[in-house]
Design a protein around this ligand. Structure first.
Ligand SMILES: CC(C)(COP(=O)(O)OP(=O)(O)OC[C@H]1O[C@@H](n2cnc3c(N)ncnc32)[C@H](O)[C@@H]1OP(=O)(O)O)[C@@H](O)C(=O)NCCC(=O)NCCS
Length: 166
């Protein structure tokens, strides 16, 4: 089952923080940031526990990297970014991340994500992160490379998906 995370459910914040520390040892969001983003975080529940989550955020100021694919509302270009996706290791390779992305895509198709930001989903991924295979399989297209983006000098790959064509 997939549902939106909630501040009222003690299990949600705790589980997301635990999954985050297992999956992203070197780039942890603070508890405050995770809490603030709970209303745009979707958790995957199986065996009566949260085993995965995807977090999205509305991006207002886009880098030029996304330019050909954005649209403008007033002076603001809007897109929904997938800021984090993680599955605990024991539950990987079962299609859970793909289901979470499909869920977010479906919400966007039905204009249920952020106002004026439902047409495109974007993300940045480390060049060497195998997660790129996941995004490729889900239909994300690479639109640019950010050189030396991460502290260790690794490049970031920017990817985007046109929600209405998938
Ligand atoms: C990346 C991650 C979210 C994938 O989760 P998952 O539930 O195992 O992925 P899925 O089972 O849904 O895989 C979907 C597709 O992507 C492919 N894929 C996923 N991880 C892959 C990997 N490491 N190598 C190659 N292909 C991979 C699968 O083969 C599958 O392809 P298919 O549809 O043809 O069968 C998970 O490995 C993870 O949490 N990694 C650590 C955190 C991370 O790096 N997150 C992404 C950066 S924000």
């Amino acid at each position: 089952m997939i549902r939106v995370a909630s501040d009222f459910n003690d299990m949600d914040l705790k589980s997301i923080l635990e999954i985050q520390s297992e999956c992203f040892a070197d780039s942890l969001q603070s508890e405050n940031v995770v809490r603030k983003l709970l209303s745009s975080t979707f958790v995957y529940i199986t065996d009566e526990k949260i085993v995965a989550y995807v977090q999205v955020a509305r991006s207002k100021n886009l880098s030029s990297l996304f330019e050909p694919y954005t649209y403008t509302v007033g002076s603001i270009s809007c897109i929904t970014l997938i800021t984090n996706i993680a599955v605990v290791s024991a539950y990987r390779n079962k299609g859970i991340a793909k289901k979470l992305i499909a869920h977010v895509l479906n919400l966007a198709k039905n204009k249920l994500l952020f106002e004026n930001a439902n047409n495109y989903l974007g993300l940045q991924v480390r060049e060497k992160n195998p997660a790129k295979y996941l995004y490729d399989k889900c239909g994300f297209k690479t639109i640019g490379v950010l050189s030396n983006y991460y502290k260790n000098g690794e490049n970031a790959i920017a990817q985007i998906i046109d929600v209405n064509q998938n």
